[in-house]
Design a protein around this ligand. Structure first.
Ligand code: NAD
Length: 388
């Protein structure tokens, strides 16, 4: 990103008002994680964020980096801090090049709840009673959610909840995006067996029937689903993702299903470098906070190869599409038509130059094969194209 900022962005864009937060493990450790809290507060204030991949350090990484304390997932704090509604993950398409899917595939992954926020303990034989206490006792008596006998010598008891208050917001975001991209919407759960997932489907369907069904019918997008919003069981969805390589569909799902299914989409679509990953949250005043990132990680193996002096070929498309998305969103929040126009001019040119590189065989090696460019060659080629 340093190369991209220096060679593509800074020559054309005034970044003096951008704010930067160093979320490296060392900086988080040194500031007692204040830097992450500052980044989350700034994100809520500004409303448009580009984030590079980060590490949630393992015990081994803590030791090797000399960290003094365990650090939580930055993504988790951001999802909570920005009232995360959904993580939108979509396929990126380069005009003129066929990747895995011919047409767009859109994903809405519920950003909260489920296994990620679970409480758990390893236990032996005994009994477990899970009781819900209403916030106010006026709202009713405690409810026993579950009572069970644990019969094995070694078990793991897990408790989690699926918050439903923001599923309506997720539904609006999803259906609007599907309409705009002209793709068929599906709602994915395992509600046939996991009965508690029924609520997610119900809310999605209510919003669809009330506000979107007519528009989808008019757009001819419900022909494959008999004129209705279709539910898809998550295990069936895993198979369809491999079969439906024509693309042209969207899936909305719970947090963990979204995590798994979008990795599958990334594989079918050639590389995690060709998938976006945008968190949409909501500020207290109702304004949307949008955080843009690539779906891949820190490409640690390539970084270590680079440090050893070896050639690397890192595909920056996912990160660049995220950066350009954050710039466009930021400019649209400023409500300054001229700023929006010049920003969009730059972001369109930059995207076109990156696509041109891939189309003319000057892409990175994950796309172009062994003849493809190194990381630095690719950045320089696009920089020259942008200068023209
Ligand atoms: P990774 O996505 O960084 O890499 C997986 C493999 O795919 C590697 O071989 C890598 O070289 C290759 N790859 C990925 N993106 C590529 C690209 N754009 N161009 C060329 N090759 C590419 O995943 P990992 O190695 O499992 O994780 C490395 C670190 O990143 C871990 O510490 C993990 O926790 C973190 N991570 C962070 C995020 C995030 O912040 N959003 C997401 C995933 C992983």
């Amino acid at each position: 990103m340093e190369l991209i900022m220096d060679k593509w962005v800074k020559p054309s864009v005034d970044i003096s008002k951008w704010e930067f937060y160093d979320l490296s493990c060392k900086e988080r450790d040194a500031t007692n994680d204040q830097v992450l809290k500052d980044a989350v507060a700034a994100g809520a204030r500004i409303g448009s964020i580009f984030k590079e991949p980060t590490i949630t350090p393992t015990k081994e990484q803590m030791a090797s980096m000399g960290l003094t304390k365990a650090l939580g997932s930055p993504n988790g704090l951001m999802r909570r801090g920005w009232n995360g509604i959904t993580i939108s993950r979509d396929t990126i398409h380069i005009p003129g090049i066929e990747l895995g899917f011919k047409r767009p595939v859109l994903f809405e992954r519920h950003a909260v709840g489920g296994e990620y926020g679970a409480g758990w303990k390893k236990v032996g034989k005994g009994r477990v009673l899970t009781t819900f206490f209403p916030e106010s006792m006026d709202e009713g008596k405690p409810i026993i959610v579950d009572g069970r006998e644990v019969k094995d010598d070694r078990s793991c008891v897990v408790v989690y909840d699926n918050p439903l208050d923001n599923v309506e917001d997720l539904a609006h975001i999803f259906f609007q995006r599907c309409l705009e991209a002209k793709v068929v919407p599906y709602v994915v759960t395992k509600k046939t067996v996991f009965k508690w997932q029924e609520g997610f489907w119900q809310i999605m369907k209510e919003v669809f029937d009330a506000d979107y069904k007519g528009d989808f019918l008019k757009a001819g997008l419900l022909e494959k689903t008999h004129g209705e919003l279709q539910h898809l069981i998550s295990d069936a969805a895993t198979m369809q993702i491999i079969r439906w390589t024509d693309g042209g569909f969207g899936m909305a799902c719970h947090n963990y299903d979204g995590d798994m299914l979008t990795d599958e989409v990334a594989q079918v679509h050639r590389s995690p470098g060709f998938i976006t990953s945008n968190l949409i949250g909501k500020r207290e005043d109702g304004a949307l906070i949008k955080e843009f990132e690539a779906s891949h990680g820190t490409v640690a193996d390539l970084w270590h190869a680079h440090l050893r002096g070896e050639e690397t070929s890192m595909n920056p498309l996912g990160m660049v599409v995220a950066l350009l998305g954050a710039m466009d969103h930021s400019a649209s929040l400023a409500q300054d038509p001229q700023l929006l126009q010049v920003t969009q001019h730059f972001t369109k040119c930059c995207q076109a130059a990156v696509y041109a590189a891939f189309r003319s065989g000057k892409g990175t090696r994950d796309m172009a094969g062994p003849e493809g460019q190194t990381t630095e060659q690719f950045v320089n080629w696009v920089a020259e194209e942008l200068g023209r």
